[in-house]
Design a protein around this ligand. Structure first.
Ligand code: MOS
Length: 734
């Protein structure tokens, strides 16, 4: 192959390394104004009065924008449950309420950042505080205090799975393991805090330069809130400093557009810029959902799983964001990559007055898999079986039914992925049984190994419409001189744009430098769908292949230039049946297994991650070095999640709002070695066989670390992060 499968240099590498690449905060225009977004500073309250006279009179202030200035004061990726600005005088029911600390209540636009900031302090707001709900386990039962009275319940959404009969199965089980798990918040901590500039372009479009994950969705949400036609809004993504799901929901998109819209009505046409501080980013954008999980699993003496019963409660925070999508994945994945005849799952996402939670690498997978893999490792201990051996007896194989009653799509490789990972870690197969290496558990040296595995879907799934469009223009006369690829997909640092160009080069049989990519601008391409859910390489590749194929036919037919546009639609999926959960959840998966080694310092409780082996079936690595980068990045990010990242929020107020109090891994904290095993079992419908892979290396790490800590110390920690303090306290309690 010409380009696919080669570790070609990233097309954005030079500009990013040299500093030439412009991120949203780097854009400056003549005559630009600055906007300060005013947060509520209350967790649950009604706004009774807003007085802006002094703020408006502050020198340099051009506008103070409030709820009643928003044409259609609502937005949301899944449901429109969030006011653009909370306040009075807006027809949106209950929009006079603030529901979390950083709910936006006003925008101040001024000649300078300082003037905007100072004027913001002069806005007077009278609140009537309402009782706050901070624990989803109590909010779920609360009927008198509702975060969204018009929703009628604090349960935003729920799913259930009913397969077989768990009660009879538990009665027949030789061993039953029952436990309770809590998974933590996680902050995305991308390098680039939220920023952007808005202006009205030469064609009269309200234009926003911002970082996001789906430009066309941003465009739709802006158009909805401003109540203007879609083609009057343009969204451009420049270089983006990381996303990880944290840019899937709106941050500054709508308010930046609203500011220029509002000024334009007053006859002022000037660009408006905002850059959030790290503190504003941490308190202002959503987090990974904490989950509270009850688990009860039963197995026969030979290790065969016969029943799993799970209850999941997710803290959705003040607004839905992608809670239902995240809950869907958690519901499916909370029983692991296993064939289990009897499954009973009840899963809920619950509104509270905490910070909203939403997409974050793995999308519910890490939460569900933590409980599932922990249960598996405990069953292995209870049955005195090897942890790989027990998995081999239960893994989903081609044709096996998921908990939701349908088989995985063809190309199931979980068994080979775990096999390769275990062999690399020193397991042996003796008399057809898996035997762990001696260092599985070494309590004298406080060293242990941990195992976990998972799968990860590609795409939004559960019946959500899926598509991705690409357009190709072939230029030249006798031969193709250049190909222009128009694509909506975002480059959030993961290498998507390089993969697009590689796949176009491959499909057109042209050198890489003959492909020019025009990307991530709603005015130049149709929708790609989101850069999320491990879907972009898979979806874009199929769209690019289709467009290239058609463009080449036109080229053969002497069309000059030869232009073709193609929309790829994957096989349809279906939503959970409300009673049984039965569905065809996804059209493609990747498979992952990890073995980690930890050392636990008995004096300090510190857990050192010595090594990680991460085996991933990526189908076809489009760019092997980028794949390795994704694996290593995901492992490090998951090591932060498992061991360090301690997000503290008390009664809805975030205490860890800086990177000096919310600690993420630095070079001194990362695993001493990460062994990335790239496995390539082609996906039958992936481009060149590629599967999605950006999220899966993240998913099994926390339960593998939990298992390794157990093997090093004899203690199970069912709640993480496994900080030194938590571990030391746990080791000392009897
Ligand atoms: Mo992601 S959590 O699929 O952006």
């Amino acid at each position: 192959m010409r380009s696919v499968g080669h570790s070609v240099p990233r097309i954005d590498a030079l500009a990013k390394a040299s500093g030439e690449a412009l991120y949203p905060g780097d854009y400056n225009f003549d005559n630009q104004l600055y906007m300060k977004v005013v947060f509520a500073d209350r967790v649950h309250a009604r706004i009774l009065r807003v007085e802006t006279t002094n703020a408006e009179a502050y020198p340099g202030v051009l506008a103070v924008i409030l709820a009643n200035d928003v044409p259609n004061n609502e937005y949301g990726l899944i449901v429109n449950d969030q006011p653009v600005l909370c306040g009075i005088g807006s027809p949106k029911p209950y929009s006079d309420r603030v529901r979390f600390y950083a709910d936006n209540v006003a925008l101040v636009v001024a000649e300078s950042e300082e003037a905007a900031r100072n004027a913001a302090k002069l806005i007077e707001i009278d609140y009537e505080d309402l009782p706050g709900l901070f624990d989803p386990r109590t909010a779920i039962k609360e009927n008198n205090n509702l975060v969204h009275p018009d929703h009628g319940s604090n349960i935003f959404n729920s799913y259930r799975i009913r397969k077989g009969d768990v009660e009879s199965a538990f009665a027949e089980a030789d061993v039953v393991v029952e436990d309770y798990y809590e998974t933590p918040y996680q902050e995305h901590a991308y390098l680039q805090p939220e920023a952007g500039v808005s202006y009205i372009d030469a064609e009269g479009r309200i234009t926003v330069i911002v970082g996001g994950q789906w430009a066309h969705e941003d465009q739709e949400q802006i158009a909805h809130a401003l109540n203007v036609p879609l083609d009057k809004i343009r969204v451009i993504y420049p270089a983006i400093g990381g996303a990880f799901g944290g840019r899937e929901d709106m941050s500054l998109q709508i308010v930046l557009a609203l500011a220029v819209y509002h000024l334009d009505k007053k006859g002022i046409r000037r660009p408006v810029k905002t850059v959030w501080s790290r503190e504003e980013s941490i308190i202002g954008h959503h987090k990974r959902h904490p989950y509270y999980i009850k688990a009860k699993w039963g197995a026969k003496a030979d290790g065969k799983l016969i029943a799993a019963q799970m209850e999941l409660i997710a803290d959705a925070g003040a607004y839905a964001y992608t809670s239902s999508k995240v809950l869907g994945n958690a519901t499916l994945m909370c029983t692991g990559p296993y064939s289990i005849p009897n499954v009973h799952v009840d899963a809920y996402s619950v509104y509270t007055n905490n910070i909203p939670t939403g997409a974050f690498r793995g999308f519910g997978g890490p939460q569900g898999i933590f409980a599932a893999e922990s249960q598996m490792n405990k069953l292995a201990v209870a049955l005195n079986m090897d942890p790989v051996e027990i998995r081999m007896k239960n893994l989903l194989r081609e044709g096996d039914l998921l908990s939701v009653g349908t088989p995985l799509p063809k190309g199931v490789s979980m068994e080979d992925v775990l096999r390769q990972c275990a062999l690399r870690a020193g397991w042996k197969v003796i008399d057809e049984e898996w035997k762990a290496p001696d260092n599985l558990t070494d309590r004298k040296q406080n060293i242990g190994l941990g195992v976990a595995c998972s799968y990860k879907n590609v795409g939004f799934s559960y019946g959500a419409p899926e598509s991705c469009t690409a357009k190709v223009e072939l230029i030249g006369q006798d031969r193709i001189e250049e190909a222009i690829l128009y694509h909506g997909g975002a480059e959030v640092g993961q290498g998507s744009h390089t993969a697009f160009v590689q796949m176009a080069s491959e499909a057109l049989d042209l050198p890489l430098d003959k492909i020019r990519l025009v990307a991530a601008d709603t005015s130049t391409s149709k929708s790609s769908g989101s850069v999320s859910a491990s879907r972009m390489t898979f979806m874009a590749g199929n769209a690019i292949n289709g467009a290239c194929e058609q463009a080449l036919i036109k080229w053969e037919n002497e069309e000059r230039p030869a232009i073709a546009e193609f929309t790829f639609r994957p096989p349809k999926t279906s939503p959970f049946d409300p009673e049984t959960g039965k569905c065809e959840p996804n059209f493609s998966y990747g498979y992952v297994a990890e073995v980690v080694e930890t050392f636990v310092d008995p004096d300090t409780g510190e857990v050192i991650l010595n090594s990680v082996i991460c085996a991933d079936d990526v189908g076809q690595a489009i760019n092997p070095l980028s794949v390795k980068g994704q694996i290593e990045g995901a492992v490090v990010q998951a090591a932060g999640y498992a061991l360090m990242e301690n997000f503290i929020q008390i009664d809805g107020i975030i205490k860890t709002k800086t990177l000096s109090t919310y600690l993420i891994p630095t070079i001194l904290d990362i695993p001493v070695s990460i062994d990335s095993l790239i496995i390539e079992h082609k996906d039958p419908i992936g481009p060149y066989g590629a599967r999605g892979m950006g999220e899966m290396p993240f998913i099994p790490l926390a339960p593998a670390v939990q298992h390794a800590i157990f093997n090093a110390t004899g203690k199970w920690f069912n709640k993480f992060p496994f900080t030194a303090e938590t571990v030391l306290l746990g080791l000392n309690e009897e």
